[in-house]
Write a protein that binds this ligand. Structure first.
Ligand code: ATP
Ligand code: MG
Ligand code: MG
Length: 570
């Protein structure tokens, strides 16, 4: 693939390996919450976590961070697994944070016994009011000084389902005056009486992210817990929980995992933050992506205009291009937005090397070669790739009547138009030079057919084959070509930053109405057998992929992945 770019996380891991900090082990994890489909931003984290493990002979876990019942769904679990594999990665271990519910619970009881956690009766609104602000310290809850036995009793009754949702929480007893608000007695557990997609109704109390995450990391023996910058302020809490729980030296906490065969040597992981990956002309918050799908603004999670991995896959982006893109983008602590054109460039680069060439006409105009007999038919051999002979050649049928692209002819051309004009000449790709003798129109005055003559002396192998004309156009034989549905896509939003709502407009006001066009065209007959997801360059038109879902033998459907050049806003 691409050369490995040095960055601060690679340097930290190399230094830790050298010092033996984690016993020379490297264990990372990708921890998605199964509450939506993965998007291109997640791919950055996937490439980083799986990449760091692979480069260091380590392992990487896929962990479903499923501590939020209600929003999570098994459909998302399955799509996440499929997308990670599609990107080219295989996890060494698959876990759910919910596998550790018993460990979280024991850890919480331990904090209570240490006098470091208490059951609070304040409502969510009251907790907020007591929390204080950036400039003002918070106030202690009136329930903060409950005794250990009372706290243990109440917490066990929370677990047993004796209290209503929101009636009580378990909070860490840290410091209500801490400058870092995350340390002002953060919640550890809340009551949620809703079924969980993995554990059903076994639990009605659920751990909060900051608690569950660091404990999951330690339980799995994670060495480097890589997360995005917004968690930087949570790191002191991550450290606090791990220090107080001391999992590696307290076998009682992880004992349930031994019993169920899930045991791994616990570690003391370190959290390292890096900047999220952002792209312009799209949105990547799950909330907005879910709204686009649910409100029918796109055709589902795998709509080719979506930034989801399922969407870009259906569009024809390749895993190699996405991996190269994030590798080149690098890893830093500086937030930035990358132009989506850079990603499209990586896609072009990859497809240029791997996509066989074909001819297709997406807006057909009939061209008749009047000086060929009615039944003229021949088979031409075309190279499948101009730069790579290993792609071989294919047979392309040629006959008297062809389809050409309507835009390759102009009756009244502007200066600099180098394609076909009345009385003018153009080269038909792989055939020779034709002259347009006559333009036939229909009753409405629309050009219906071009009658041309072929200069036999310019055919390949003939003495005039090298004769110069300004333009070369592509074509398909009308008698042989297959009708095909051609889907052209453009950016889903027509502003660079659809998330910016400072002008009172939201991302929904910036949807690009031209982002999808469906055309009826014609393709070379050899494309009838194309496998779903096969990539091609349609000469002069761009890179296309056989649609994963709708393309079938006898019913070709191709999606345009990208144009050959960046034509946006030009
Ligand atoms: P959202 O905020 O849209 O709900 P999330 O970050 O909460 O997304 P998770 O399922 O928790 O979604 O993400 C799984 C992992 O992917 C996390 O470690 C998260 O930090 C990482 N991740 C998510 N978005 C990005 C991004 N844009 N760039 C890099 N990593 C990301
Ligand atoms: Mg989230
Ligand atoms: Mg998250």
């Amino acid at each position: 693939e691409t050369p490995v770019v040095q960055h601060f996380i690679r340097q930290i891991v190399a230094a830790d390996n050298a010092s033996g900090k984690h016993g020379g082990r490297v264990v990372t994890r990708f921890p998605p919450e199964p509450n939506g489909y993965l998007h291109l931003g997640h791919a950055k984290s996937i490439c980083l976590n799986f990449g760091i493990a692979a480069e260091n002979g380590g392992t990487c876990h896929l962990r479903f961070d499923d501590t939020n019942p209600g929003k999570e769904d098994i459909e998302y679990v399955e799509s996440i697994k499929e997308d990670v594999r599609w990107l080219g990665f295989q996890w060494d271990l698959l876990r759910h944070a919910s596998d550790y519910f018993e460990v979280f619970y024991r850890g919480a009881e331990k904090l209570i016994r240490l006098g470091l956690a208490y059951v609070d009766d304040l409502s969510a609104d009251e907790v907020r009011a007591y929390r204080g602000t950036l400039t003002e310290p918070g106030r202690n809850s009136p329930w903060r000084d409950r005794g250990v036995e009372e706290n243990l009793d109440l917490f066990r009754r929370m677990r047993a389902g004796e209290f209503a949702d929101g009636a009580k929480t378990l909070r860490a007893k840290i410091d209500m005056a801490a400058g870092n608000i995350n340390l002002r007695d953060p919640a550890i557990y809340r009551i949620r009486k809703v079924p969980h997609q993995n554990t059903g109704d076994a639990w009605c109390i659920y751990p909060m992210y900051d608690y569950a995450h660091c404990v999951s990391d330690a339980v799995e023996g994670i060495t480097h817990s890589l997360c995005t910058l917004e968690f930087e302020d949570h790191r002191p809490l991550y450290e606090w929980f791990l220090e107080k729980l001391d999992l590696p030296n307290d076998p009682a906490l992880t004992e349930p995992l031994r019993a169920s065969g899930l045991w791994l040597e616990p570690s003391r992981p370190q959290q390292i933050e890096f900047a999220r990956g952002n792209l312009n002309y799209t949105v990547m918050s799950k909330r907005k992506l879910i709204a686009l799908v649910q409100d029918g603004l796109v055709d589902g999670w795998d709509d080719p205009r979506m930034p989801t991995l399922a969407g870009v896959r259906r569009r024809g982006f390749t895993p190699a291009a996405i991996r190269t893109f994030w590798e080149r983008a690098g890893i830093s602590k500086q937030n930035s937005v990358i132009d989506v054109g850079v990603l499209e460039g990586c896609v072009r680069e990859d497809l240029d090397a791997r996509a066989p060439r074909r001819m297709a006409v997406i807006d057909p105009l009939k061209l008749v070669i009047a000086n060929l007999p009615e039944d003229h038919e021949e088979t031409l051999a075309f190279p499948n790739h101009p730069k790579d002979e290993s792609f071989g050649t294919r047979a392309v049928p040629f006959s008297r009547e062809l389809w050409i692209e309507r835009e390759d002819f102009m009756e009244a051309p502007p200066k600099g138009f180098h394609r076909l004009v009345p009385g003018g000449e153009v080269r038909l790709r792989g055939v020779g030079i034709v002259r347009c003798e006559e333009v036939a129109k229909d009753a409405a005055g629309t050009v219906a057919e071009l009658r041309c003559t072929l200069d036999a002396d310019t055919r390949p192998g003939m003495p005039g084959a090298e004769r110069k004309v300004k333009g070369t156009i592509h074509w398909v034989s009308a008698r042989h070509a297959l009708p095909a549905e051609i889907r052209l896509y453009d950016r889903l939003f027509n502003v660079a930053d659809p998330d910016d709502d400072s002008d009172g407009k939201t991302y929904r006001d910036h949807l690009n109405p031209e982002s999808k066009r469906i055309l009826r065209g014609y393709v070379e007959p050899s494309l009838g057998e194309a496998a779903p997801e096969a990539h091609f360059q349609f000469e002069r038109l761009g890179y296309f992929v056989a649609d994963r879902r709708d393309h079938a033998p006898g019913r070709p459907v191709f999606n345009r992945t990208v144009t050959l050049r960046d034509t946006w806003a030009k």
